[in-house]
Ligand binder design. Structure first.
Ligand code: SF4
Ligand code: SF4
Length: 427
């Protein structure tokens, strides 16, 4: 899948040639270093040269300066003084690919893709990226394979009935495939609840999960374009063994990867978000209204970038009172998961802001769709006095008690500290 690198390079070249230098993207970006000039950013974005990882730069969580500089890109690139590579590299390291810079661009450009191109050239890559993404995908050394085996054994007890699906070799043909990938290890218990709901609906399905069947989108978002391509090719082969009509996933970034696989590999399946699947079947549950007011947090890759934000809202309107907080734009932060722990204090502040928005909107509950959003926001929920739960949690609670498996305790990790591995797989 060198096509991923080629496609991104072409998109970046087109974007740079159309950029009018207005700086709106940097103003909307929650992590842009103050003082970073668009001319310098564009100058460094053009090209293939490695980008040295930055020296520490204090980056307070504050909007970039308000001054607007409109410059022709060509002029900016030519007149740029010695480029402040450290600031550009810092943006590349801390960018979590939320896409908040995209809807504000008057030229319709994708600054997130341009920064991803910079990420792909960071040399060396931030150690936090590789610590978070280790052991994922099919390309494993012998030592990594041993590590994956040990990891899977350690989590077998916690996963219960889900554990039989972890990295299993034999896959049976089925019209419906639930794809959990790495999220099968999620501490939310979402996978087990999804299968309980599927059993209630008398759905016949196959399940694909485990580190070796990672969708690769997190690697893509870290700038490991070639590694991501290998993972997507591998996953496409695994999906082909099931030959499903639809592949349902609770991961926002998994949905993005599946959409790409379905398009590029031309495998005849339809990627489906868990929200769409639940909404389609909602009439089959004993419906009731949940007390209190709920708001919905959009996941970056399914809602913000792929426009799948209405299905979850249709469910919430049927199950209770929905109030909206800020959805898109420069003050609707994402969960920040894909910063991979590079600047935990910065990300924790953004998460606290988002939870405060939910509370200020009058919501007692902030509902999320993506399993990673739930893991990211739940640790701060108590302090913010806002309950964080998923659409799956809500629908699972509709099941008659006899159809619900014994609930397992859910463990949310405390906020990530600098140097910690992201606790996504509970490793
Ligand atoms: S994707 Fe988000 S973090 Fe990255 S440059 Fe755009 S606004 Fe900033
Ligand atoms: S908002 Fe768009 S046009 Fe303006 S500087 Fe950013 S990418 Fe260029």
């Amino acid at each position: 899948m060198g096509i991923i690198r080629d496609t991104l390079r072409d998109k970046v070249a087109d974007g740079l040639s159309a950029c009018i230098g207005c700086r709106e993207c940097l103003r909307a970006c929650p992590v842009a270093p103050p003082g970073l000039r668009i001319a310098d950013l564009n100058h460094w974005t053009a090209g293939d040269a490695p980008l040295a990882a930055s020296a520490p730069i204090p980056t307070p969580v504050s909007p970039a300066p308000a001054a607007t500089e409109v410059v022709a890109v060509a002029d900016a690139a030519i007149s740029s003084p010695a480029p402040p590579a450290a600031m550009v590299a810092r943006l590349a390291e801390e960018c979590f690919q939320c896409g908040m810079c995209v809807p504000v661009c008057p030229s319709g450009l994708e600054r997130d893709a341009m920064v991803l191109w910079l990420k792909s050239r960071l040399t060396p890559r931030p150690a936090e990226y590789d610590a978070s993404l280790r052991r994922r995908g099919p390309a494993q050394t012998v030592g990594e394979k041993v590590g994956v085996t040990v990891h899977n054994l350690l989590h077998r007890g916690r996963l219960g009935s889900l554990s039989r699906h972890v990295d299993k070799r034999s896959l049976q043909p089925a019209d419906t495939l639930f794809f959990f990938g790495c999220n099968i290890f999620s501490t939310t218990g979402m996978g087990e609840k999804i299968l309980a709901i599927a059993d209630y609906l008398k759905c016949r399905y196959e399940v694909l999960g485990g580190l070796s069947s990672c969708c690769g989108w997190s690697s893509y978002l870290s700038g490991d374009l070639d590694g991501a391509g290998e993972m997507m090719s591998h996953l496409a082969g695994r999906i082909a063994k099931v030959a499903p009509k639809e592949v349902i996933t609770p991961g926002s970034e998994c949905y993005a990867a599946l959409s790409r696989i379905a398009a590029v590999h031309r495998t005849p399946f339809t990627p489906v978000t868990v929200a769409s699947w639940l909404r389609r079947n909602l009439h089959r549950f004993p419906l009731r209204h949940f007390p209190g007011t709920m708001t919905f947090h959009d996941a970056c890759h399914s809602s913000r970038k792929l426009g799948e934000g209405e299905e979850p809202r249709r469910i919430l309107r049927q199950l209770g009172a929905l109030v909206e907080m800020r959805r898109f734009g420069d003050d609707a932060p994402c969960c920040g998961h894909h910063q991979f722990g590079v600047n935990p204090a910065q990300v924790e502040a953004l998460r606290a802001d988002r939870l405060a928005m939910a509370r200020d909107a009058g919501a007692a509950r902030m509902v999320v769709e993506c399993v990673r959003c739930q893991e990211s926001f739940a640790p701060g929920a108590e302090a913010a006095q806002v309950e964080v739960l998923s659409l799956v949690d809500l629908v699972y609670d509709l099941l008659p008690s006899g159809d619900r498996p014994q609930a397992r305790p859910v463990h949310f990790a405390p906020p990530v500290q600098k140097g910690d591995q992201i606790p996504i797989e509970g490793m």
